[in-house]
Design a protein around this ligand. Structure first.
Ligand code: SF4
Ligand code: SF4
Length: 462
């Protein structure tokens, strides 16, 4: 029987309509707008000026000093037209570099051939540097800089590298397609990360609703023959791809409240990140492309696509190229229907972690009228973090921050399982998300105050 995580979870229809759409390469637009905030951490700092000529793959922004941050590269060749604030997918003003596209010239040293490079380098520090210089970030949603995650702190040891090929969000099929079409590159990327982590085993977790991807990845693992890499078939259950849920399914271990996966001996990376690691290390190609799905329940299958896009492409341009926003679309989402973000502004541009343009009909998005809680407990049964969403909702409505913290609202992974299961159609996720943000703010301020007090005490002892 396929493995899965133990607590909670739900079974939405998977709606993987675009699963058989092979990846197509998008042509270049006239202009791209490349965000400086495409990763978890501080925005990158531009290192080019208006009027500069740039090539695809050239560094255009460096990591913010003394902070978690990442390199950003140009995805096209052309001229820098402007640098300034522009709204991103979330509607926030972020610094963007606007580049007018001229031709398609790549920076020197980047290998754009399809030749597979299978020899695994052995210089760990050099490989980590290449991953950092390539601007590689986690592509499973969190966009955490990969070189940091692959370098566990002293005293902790990676016992298992887990590649996340679950793609448990309904509709999305880009990971499915790269596992079918780029399986060998993903496995080489896994072997590189194994080397960096000291040779721990690697398990590639894939949900059972992707038989072609499972077959392709098994074939690649067997043909390449690297030691300690295997494919594990997982049950189709949402949120199977959640980091803590995946660790539980694969290793049978729990990650404690507030703890990192490495505390359970795990390092989790998405299959798309593994492909990006392969390209950065073996081909010298930085992370300037990724794959996204154009799909939805109001889009005929023949108009659905999986596209290889370059970062900075305007979503409006991609939507237009794909045939326009369908008439029946009540909502356009970036990401999946459970955790994705509704887009109000299609002028926003793709970033490293973009995964979809999802068109949802009114039938799918319309919420039934909300009624009172009937204390059925279904939200608590569905919560994969073992929380009590009905209680968190009540505490949030009453602004009870201490009680919210005591009931671990900060552990919520915003998966939406509670809201999906609630027969009273209570918007639990929205309320809990706001409360979580407030509690996390309090926790951060408390930690900063404690750090400042400790530093002051240390200084006074000198
Ligand atoms: S959104 Fe949060 S509270 Fe709701 S089911 Fe997911 S983890 Fe639990
Ligand atoms: S699922 Fe909805 S109705 Fe049932 S206990 Fe939770 S909040 Fe109340």
């Amino acid at each position: 029987m396929s493995k899965t995580f133990k607590i909670g979870g739900v079974h939405p229809h998977d709606s993987k309509f675009s699963r058989n759409c092979a990846i197509e390469v998008l042509p270049l637009p006239q202009t791209v707008y490349i965000s400086m905030a495409q990763h978890l951490g501080a925005p990158a700092v531009p290192c080019v000026a208006v009027g500069d000529k740039v090539k695809a793959g050239q560094v255009i922004a460096e990591p913010a000093p003394r902070a978690l941050s990442a390199y950003v590269h140009s995805s096209v060749s052309g001229t820098v037209k402007s640098i300034g604030p522009r709204k991103d997918i979330a509607g926030n003003n972020q610094n963007h570099i606007e580049i007018l596209v001229e031709g398609d010239e790549w920076a020197e040293g980047i290998d754009l051939s399809t030749d597979l490079v299978t020899t695994i380098p052995t210089d760990r520090a050099e490989v980590l540097k290449k991953i950092q210089m390539g601007g590689v970030v986690g592509l499973g949603g969190a966009t955490f800089p990969a070189h940091v995650k692959l370098n566990p702190p002293a005293g902790s040891k990676a016992e298992c590298l887990i590649l996340n090929g679950a793609e448990c969000e309904p509709f999305l099929t880009s990971d499915n397609r790269i596992m079918i079409e780029r399986s060998k590159e993903i496995v080489v990327g896994a072997a590189i990360m194994q080397m960096v982590l000291g040779g721990c085993p690697c398990v590639i977790g894939i949900e059972e609703n992707k038989p072609e991807a499972i077959a392709a990845m098994n074939k690649a693992v067997s043909e390449l023959g690297y030691p300690g890499i295997s494919v594990m078939v997982l049950m189709k259950k949402y949120p199977q791809g959640g980091e803590k849920q995946l660790i539980n399914a694969v290793m049978g271990r729990e990650v404690g409240s507030g703890a990192l996966p490495i505390s359970a001996g795990a390092v989790v990376q998405n299959v798309a990140t593994s492909l990006a690691v392969y390209e950065a290390v073996q081909k010298n190609k930085p992370l300037v492309t990724n794959t996204m799905t154009i799909t939805g329940d109001c889009l005929p299958v023949e108009k659905q696509h999986n596209y290889l896009f370059r970062i900075g492409m305007p979503l409006s341009w991609i939507a237009e190229y794909a045939g326009g926003v369908p008439e029946g679309a009540a909502k356009v989402v970036s990401g999946g229907p459970m955790m994705g973000r509704a887009i109000s502004n299609l002028d926003a541009c793709t970033v490293k972690g973009s995964s979809s343009l999802l068109y949802l009909s009114e039938k799918t998005t319309k919420r039934a009228a909300q009624s009172n809680c009937i204390r059925c407990g279904k939200c608590a049964e569905a919560c994969p973090m073992g929380l009590e969403p009905f209680l968190l909702n009540k505490l949030a409505k009453n602004g009870m921050m201490d009680e919210l913290e005591a009931n671990a609202v900060q552990d919520c992974i915003s998966c939406g399982c509670c809201q999906f299961s609630c027969p009273a159609c209570i918007p639990l996720l929205d309320t809990i998300n706001i409360a979580k943000g407030q509690v996390l703010g309090i926790l951060r301020a408390r930690a900063a105050a404690a750090k400042a007090a400790a530093e002051a005490a240390k200084a006074s002892q000198k």
